[in-house]
Ligand binder design. Structure first.
Ligand code: C5P
Length: 225
């Protein structure tokens, strides 16, 4: 076995993507595969942590020895994370959470009617769970980590986002049609609230996950009240 530097710790990881239903058969979703979050869960378990994995809409097998809580929507993810975070030493939010959801859920399938244009879809904001957790930590001293997928001005947008969300670490990566989503590899820069930047070269999502834990462990509270 390798290092057991997370032994005795409880970590919560979110993975995958949320789906926001429009009607019983349709949803607004995203391209997150869940691979990065699952890699975080596996590596944390390998380092001795008790792991709660809040997983949205992935097709990945449950990692061995990890407590998996399946969720569908952002609001379900929020509930599961806040509950699990109550006694967590660290929370890592790798899931792609929908910023918006349809304002109205139609209980029957929306039908097309001949000669009639479709109704526009109105969206409303979802709660920002990362910002909420960072501002009001369920357990004092817990480390909160966010992810940000950016398509341009990656570092500048990442710095702004880190400040706005109030988390301790933000893993920023550049995404595009052929980057990151669904792939087994990733490339990122990990920004810390103390100003440090840790570039992680293109490589397996497991390697990025281990670097995240390498940066989390020295920030963990010595003891908890
Ligand atoms: O603002 P943006 O969606 O780019 O932020 C991404 C980070 O914030 C991720 O860590 C994601 O899990 C989290 N997030 C959240 N709640 C939202 C949207 C994003 O916790 N409503």
């Amino acid at each position: 076995a390798g290092t057991q530097d997370l032994a005795g710790r409880h970590v919560v990881v979110t993975a995958g993507g949320t789906r926001e239903p429009l009607d019983p058969v349709r949803y607004l979703g995203n391209r997150s595969s869940g691979k990065q979050g699952y890699a975080l869960a596996r590596t944390a378990a390998a380092r001795g942590a008790r792991v709660t994995l809040v997983a949205g809409n992935t097709e990945l097998p449950d990692p061995a020895g990890v407590d998996v809580i399946p969720i569908g929507t952002a609001r379900q993810l929020r509930e599961a994370v806040l509950k699990a975070a109550a006694d967590a030493d660290a929370v890592v939010m790798a899931a792609a959470v929908a910023d918006f959801r349809p304002a109205v859920y139609t209980t029957g399938k929306i039908k097309k009617i001949d000669g009639q244009e479709p109704e526009p879809v109105t969206l409303v904001r979802n709660p920002d769970i990362l910002a909420e957790l960072s501002a009001d930590r369920p357990r004092p001293g817990q480390v909160v980590v966010g992810f940000a997928a950016e398509t341009d001005d990656v570092l500048a947008n990442g710095r702004t986002k880190l400040a706005r969300k109030g988390c301790d670490l933000l893993v920023v990566n550049e995404v595009g049609e052929h980057k990151a989503f669904g792939s087994a590899e990733n490339e990122a820069v990990i920004l810390a609230a103390d100003g440090t930047e840790t570039p992680v070269p293109y490589g397996p999502k497991e390697a990025l996950a281990d670097t995240v834990w390498d940066l989390v462990t020295p920030r963990l509270a010595e003891t908890h009240p």
